[in-house]
Design a protein around this ligand. Structure first.
Ligand SMILES: *Cc1c(COP(=O)(O)O)cnc(C)c1O
Length: 431
C-alpha cells in the first residue's frame, strides 16, 4: 500500500515515509492510495472474533510489504491491552467507552500503535527520532505513555503552563527517561506555533530528525478504525447504525469514515462539536471558515481549524453535497453540555465526561423521531480526567481509577520556557 498526500495525489510514498515524516513536504496529509474493501465473510464472522483479531484484519492491507503478519500481530497485541466496551445508556443509545487505556482517553489507541510502528522504522534511521508534540492535555499524556522507553526515539512535549489539569500534567511530566516536558509560559496556540516553527527551521532539521505525533500522522488514524468495527460487531441490532463522534481535530471521525469505506455498514455519522463549530457550519452552509479557538469545558475539542478536515474533503472529492449525505453536524454550548451531564446521571446513572456529553447530545439530536436507528456515541475520556469540571456539575464525587491515581504521587519534572522561539530552540539543543 502506498500513500498520497491531500495536496498531490500523484506523489506516492511508502508507509514508512508517511509515518516518519508525519506531514508531506508540500504540507499535505497522507492518505491511503486506495481504501481496501474487507470481504463479506469477515463481517459475518466478526461477532465471533476478538478485538485484536478484528484489528488485525483491518490493519493488514495497510501494512502489507512493510511488516510481517506476526510482527503486526505483536504490535496489535501491545496496543490493545484493554477493552473498548459498549455500554447501554438507554434504549437504542450506547456509549463506546474508549477510555480504558493507561491515560484514560481514546488517544491511547493511536499513540500506542504509532509508537510501535515508529520504533520499527526508527531502527533503520541513522539519527535518533525526536517527536515534538504540542498539547492541551490528552495528546501529551497518551504520547508520553505510548513512547515511554521506546528505543531511538525521544519525545519533547510542549504544554501551556497552568492551563492543563493537574492530573493531565502528572501523566506527562513524571515519566522521565526519553520523555521531556517543556512548560511554556503562554497558551496552547503558542506551543503549537513553536512546534510549527521548529519544523520549518532548517538549522534544527539538520541537527535532529524531527517528527510529529499529532493526529496528522497516519499511524494514529489507522488504529482508530479498529473500535468502529469492534463496536459494530458487538451490537445486537446491526441495522441503521449511527455513530456520533465528539470532535476537535476530526481524526476520530475521519477514521470512522475510512472504516465505512472499507465496507463497515455504518448508516450515518454525527459530527458533534462544542462552540468550535467550523465543520458543522461547513456541513450546513458549504463554506469552510476556520476561526481562532474558543475555550470550552470540553477543552480537548477546542479547535478552530481542524487539521483532518482536509482528509474529509479528500474522501468526498471536495463535494459538499456528498459529505452532507453521510455526516450530520451539531454544535452545543457549555450550558447544554452541563445540563445533559446532570440529566443523564439522574436518569441513567451514567457519568458522561464533557466530551462524551457533546457526543451524546449530537446523537440524541440526530435520533429524534428515528426509533428504528441504533445509536452509538464515542466516550472519548474517563470523567475523572476532568474532575474539576465534572464534579461541580453532577454534584457527586467521581472515582479516580487506580491507573490514574498512581501518577499522582510521582514527582513533576518540567523545563520552564518562555514562548520566545530562540529560548525554546536553545533548550531543545541542550536536552
Ligand atoms: C482529542 C480528543 C477529542 C477530539 O478528537 P479528534 O480526533 O481530534 O476529533 C475528543 N475527546 C477527547 C477526550 C479528546 O482527548
Amino acid at each position: 500500500m502506498k500513500f498520497y498526500t491531500t495536496k498531490d495525489k500523484k506523489h506516492l510514498v511508502s508507509l514508512r515515509e508517511a509515518v516518519v515524516h508525519s506531514l508531506a513536504p508540500n504540507g499535505g496529509l497522507y492518505m491511503p492510495e486506495q481504501i481496501p474493501s474487507l470481504p463479506p465473510e469477515f463481517f459475518t464472522r466478526a461477532q465471533s472474533l476478538t478485538f485484536a483479531e478484528i484489528a488485525l484484519e483491518v490493519a493488514k492491507p495497510y501494512v502489507e510489504n512493510v511488516l510481517e503478519q506476526d510482527h503486526l500481530k505483536k504490535i496489535i497485541a501491545q496496543t490493545i491491552t484493554f477493552d473498548a466496551p459498549l455500554v447501554k445508556v438507554e434504549e437504542n443509545v450506547f456509549a463506546l467507552e474508549l477510555f480504558h487505556g493507561p491515560t484514560l482517553a481514546f488517544k491511547d489507541f493511536g499513540a500506542r500503535f504509532m509508537a510501535q510502528l515508529l520504533q520499527h522504522f526508527a531502527k533503520e534511521q541513522k539519527k535518533e527520532v525526536t517527536v515534538l508534540v504540542a498539547t492541551s492535555g490528552d495528546t501529551g499524556s497518551a504520547v508520553a505513555n505510548g513512547f515511554y522507553n521506546v528505543p531511538n526515539v525521544r519525545v519533547i512535549i510542549l504544554y501551556p503552563s497552568g492551563k492543563v489539569s493537574a492530573l493531565q500534567e502528572k501523566q506527562f511530566t513524571t515519566l522521565g527517561n526519553n520523555i521531556t516536558a517543556i512548560e511554556i509560559d503562554g497558551t496552547f496556540d503558542d506551543c503549537q506555533h513553536l512546534v510549527k516553527t521548529a519544523f520549518q527551521d532548517a538549522d534544527l532539521n539538520e541537527q535532529f530528525f524531527l517528527t510529529s505525533a499529532n493526529s496528522i500522522n497516519i499511524a494514529r488514524l489507522l488504529p482508530q478504525m479498529f473500535y468502529y468495527f469492534y463496536a459494530w460487531s458487538r451490537l445486537a441490532n446491526k441495522e441503521r447504525v449511527v455513530f456520533s463522534v465528539p470532535s476537535g481535530n476530526f481524526g476520530n471521525l475521519t477514521a470512522g469514515l475510512i472504516a465505512q469505506r472499507m465496507g463497515l455498514p455504518i448508516h450515518h455519522f454525527v459530527a458533534s462539536t462544542n462552540k468550535n463549530d467550523s465543520v458543522c457550519t461547513y456541513l450546513d452552509k458549504g463554506a469552510f471558515t476556520p476561526h481562532a479557538s474558543f475555550a470550552t469545558i470540553s477543552n480537548a475539542m477546542d479547535v478552530g481549524n481542524p487539521s483532518n478536515f482536509s482528509r474529509m474533503l479528500d474522501l468526498f472529492n471536495n463535494d459538499w453535497q456528498q459529505m452532507k449525505k453521510s455526516i450530520h453536524g451539531f454544535s452545543f454550548s457549555d450550558e447544554q453540555t452541563a445540563e445533559v451531564m446532570k440529566a443523564v446521571v439522574k436518569q441513567s446513572n451514567y457519568v458522561l465526561d464533557p466530551h462524551g456529553a457533546v457526543g451524546y447530545l449530537g446523537l440524541k439530536a440526530f435520533l429524534k423521531n428515528k426509533p428504528e436507528y441504533t445509536g452509538v456515541f464515542l466516550e472519548t475520556a474517563h470523567p475523572s480526567k476532568f474532575l474539576e469540571v465534572v464534579e461541580p456539575i453532577i454534584q457527586q464525587p467521581v472515582i479516580i481509577p487506580d491507573s490514574l491515581q498512581r501518577f499522582l504521587s510521582r514527582e513533576k519534572k518540567s523545563i520552564p520556557c518562555s514562548s520566545d522561539y530562540e529560548s525554546f530552540k536553545k533548550i531543545l539543543r541542550n536536552t
